[in-house]
Structure formats: structure tokens, C-alpha cells
Design a protein around this ligand. Structure first.
Ligand SMILES: Nc1ncnc2c1ncn2[C@@H]1O[C@H](COP(=O)(O)OP(=O)(O)OP(=O)(O)O)[C@@H](O)[C@H]1O
Ligand SMILES: [Mg+2]
Length: 335
């Protein structure tokens, strides 16, 4: 068993830079109380305080536990853990996120890492607690708060440790591959070709030196109770790239996750946000839709079989917006 407080070398472990880009909120996470006792003790020792209470959290896609811990010294902290025997990918992601949190400037709206513990196949990371709730759907207030957090993050130059975002963008050749395997329905038959054209060259037009979170989703945010500020959570995919990427991902998630006022309002808010960004942001949304489309069609998960249904629902939800964005990119609207 060991735990570390010094910055980690992100180059260790071949699995460290691989993985899927998006998650879900339906995975049943293991309860914190089922984490082996030596792991929980090691977390307490690394934090320098006893654990006197906890609450299990249910967001995200990892099968490992996530919990709020109350410590004997009065602090509340966040912890997530996983055994590599359950899912090696998530183990690598916690290791990767530990290293990333250590190099984020203090002015980035992110939790601070407090401890990371490795015990046998287990890894656990504790961070500062992010106050705030995440409802099941976006609201205008939470969109504004998270957009503010995205702008605050991307106002920073990416720390040198982070890779180019092209290494954190997966399956953006989705629409090309949909054409190759055969469109799943009429919409795909009509749109996969134009969509593929729009996304072409993504390695070039996503490049930049801004800090990019790269996995902005409602369940990866904590919006303050007053609805005016937000913290971005779950930094395992952070990268260096174009400044607008997290806002584009936010726009896509507003549609894919949904707005309390329904799908038309979600599409309207996403479109309005994209109109404030360079055209490349719209191309990025089209690329995300292609990523979800090809993954839903071709990737089966043994640990998370429901993920294909979730990806399919996201790409279908994005269709009206994608149709409009492709038309705009071909024939830009005035103003
Ligand atoms: N610092 C924090 N303070 C409070 N709650 C948090 C914090 N970090 C995460 N959470 C909550 O715990 C959930 C799981 O955490 P996180 O997203 O970091 O891990 P994950 O689910 O394993 O990652 P992924 O979503 O990629 O599977 C989040 O959806 C969020 O609701
Ligand atoms: Mg998450």
C-alpha cells in the first residue's frame, strides 16, 4: 500500500491515456461501506483524520464507490475508489485525475486533491468537497453557472503535463464509419455524409493551448445553491486545446441530457450558446453526435451494457440541432 502527495508522472502505465470519453448517471455504484476496510483505513490515515460518517453518491459512470465523507476533525471531503479487478480503466482514470488535479492552477474551478491511496488492486482519491447540487436536467441558471466555470477554466493556459486534446477526443471519425457500416435509418442516410464533411480535419481545428476539461456533463458539475457559480468535477480527460471546446461540449450536453423546460428549449439554449462561439464549436458538436452514434452501434460493454442505449439516446436527441448546425456551416446565418 502507498499513498502520494507529490505530483504524479502521467507517463507511467500504458493504460493511463486510453479510454472512453463520456459517462452515464445510471451505473449502480458500489457502496463506500463495501470498500475493503484496509482501503478505508488508508484513506483516513492519508487524510490525517478518522472517517466518522459518509453518504454514498450516485452520479457518473464508474462502478466504483463515490461518497462524501465526514471526518473527525469536522471536514467534509469527497472520495471515489475502484478496484482494477472490477474495471481497470476506471482505476487508471483515478490515477490520471490525481496527477491532473495537482497541476491545475488554484484559480481553476476544480476540487483540490487531498490524498490518493493504492492498496492491492484498489485505488482511492480524496478531494475537497464541492458544494452544490446537480439536478437531473439543465436549467438556465445552471447553464450560465457552468458556462462561467468553463470560461474561467479555459482562460488558463494548459499546464505542460497535459496532452493535446486530439489525444482526448475519441471516435470523431464516427460519421465516416457510420457510412462504412451502413446508415441505421433514414436520418443517418441523409446526414452522415454532410456530418462527416463538417467534422473532417478535427485534429487541426481543435488544437490550442487553453486548459480544456473535455468531459463537461451535468453530472460532472456542482452548481452552487444560489445558482450563480459552479465547479467542474472529474478532470481525468483534461487536455490542451481550443478555448471553446468545453462550451461546445456544454451545448451538446444541454441537448443530450436535457433542459427542465423540454427538448425545444434545450436545443434553443444550445444553439444560442454556439452562436457566441467560433464555427468550429458547431463542428465539434456534430463530431460528438457522430462519436455517440458509432459507439452505440459498435461498442458493447461487459461491465456497463446499458451504455449503448444511453449513447443512442444522446445522438438521436442531438439530431435537430445537428441538422441546423450543418445547414448553418454550409450557409452561415447573417449577424
Ligand atoms: N469534489 C466533489 N464534491 C462533491 N461531489 C462530487 C465531487 N466530485 C464528484 N462528485 C459527485 O460524485 C459523482 C462521481 O464523481 P466523478 O464524476 O468524479 O467520478 P466518476 O463517476 O467515477 O467519473 P465518470 O463520470 O467519468 O464515471 C459526480 O457525478 C458528482 O455527483
Ligand atoms: Mg463523472
Amino acid at each position: 500500500m502507498y499513498h502520494w502527495s507529490a505530483p504524479l508522472d502521467l507517463t507511467d502505465g500504458p493504460a493511463a491515456w486510453h479510454g472512453i470519453a463520456c459517462g452515464v448517471t445510471f451505473t449502480v455504484r458500489a457502496p463506500w461501506a463495501d470498500t475493503p476496510e484496509p482501503v478505508r483505513t488508508a484513506v483516513a490515515e492519508a487524510l490525517g483524520a478518522s472517517i466518522v460518517g459518509h453518504v454514498d453518491l450516485h452520479g457518473g459512470m464508474s462502478p466504483g464507490p463515490a461518497a462524501g465523507l465526514w471526518l473527525g476533525d469536522g471536514r467534509q471531503v469527497f472520495v471515489k475508489a475502484v478496484s482494477a479487478d472490477v474495471r481497470a480503466h476506471n482505476h487508471a482514470m483515478i490515477r490520471q485525475e490525481s496527477a491532473i488535479l495537482d497541476v491545475l492552477p488554484a484559480s481553476v474551478p476544480a476540487p483540490r486533491r487531498l490524498a490518493t491511496v493504492v492498496h492491492g488492486p484498489w485505488i482511492a482519491m480524496a478531494t475537497t468537497w464541492a458544494d452544490g447540487a446537480t439536478a437531473g436536467s439543465w436549467t438556465d441558471a445552471s447553464i450560465a453557472a457552468v458556462a462561467g466555470a468553463c470560461r474561467a477554466a479555459s482562460g488558463h493556459r494548459a499546464p505542460g503535463l497535459l496532452p493535446p486534446v486530439a489525444q482526448r477526443v475519441f471516435d470523431f471519425d464516427g460519421w465516416v464509419r457510420v457510412q462504412a457500416i451502413g446508415a441505421g435509418d433514414d436520418w443517418e442516410a441523409a446526414h452522415a455524409g454532410p456530418a462527416a464533411e463538417v467534422v473532417a480535419g478535427w485534429e487541426r481545428w481543435t488544437a490550442g493551448d487553453a486548459l480544456v476539461h473535455r468531459d463537461v456533463r451535468l453530472d460532472n458539475t456542482a452548481v452552487g445553491a444560489e445558482g450563480r457559480s459552479a465547479v467542474l468535477l472529474d478532470w481525468a480527460y483534461a487536455a490542451a486545446g481550443a478555448r471553446w471546446i468545453d462550451l461546445a461540449q456544454l451545448a451538446a450536453d444541454v441537448v443530450a441530457t436535457g433542459h427542465v423546460l423540454g427538448p425545444r428549449v434545450a436545443a434553443d439554449r444550445a444553439y444560442r450558446l454556439l452562436r457566441t462561439l467560433p464555427p468550429a464549436a458547431s463542428r465539434f458538436v456534430v463530431g460528438l453526435a457522430g462519436m455517440w452514434c458509432i459507439r452505440a452501434a459498435t461498442v458493447r460493454h461487459a461491465v456497463m451494457p446499458e451504455i449503448a442505449t444511453w449513447r443512442r439516446a444522446r445522438t438521436v436527441a442531438l439530431r435537430p440541432l445537428v441538422t441546423r448546425l450543418i445547414a448553418d456551416l454550409r450557409d452561415p446565418p447573417a449577424g
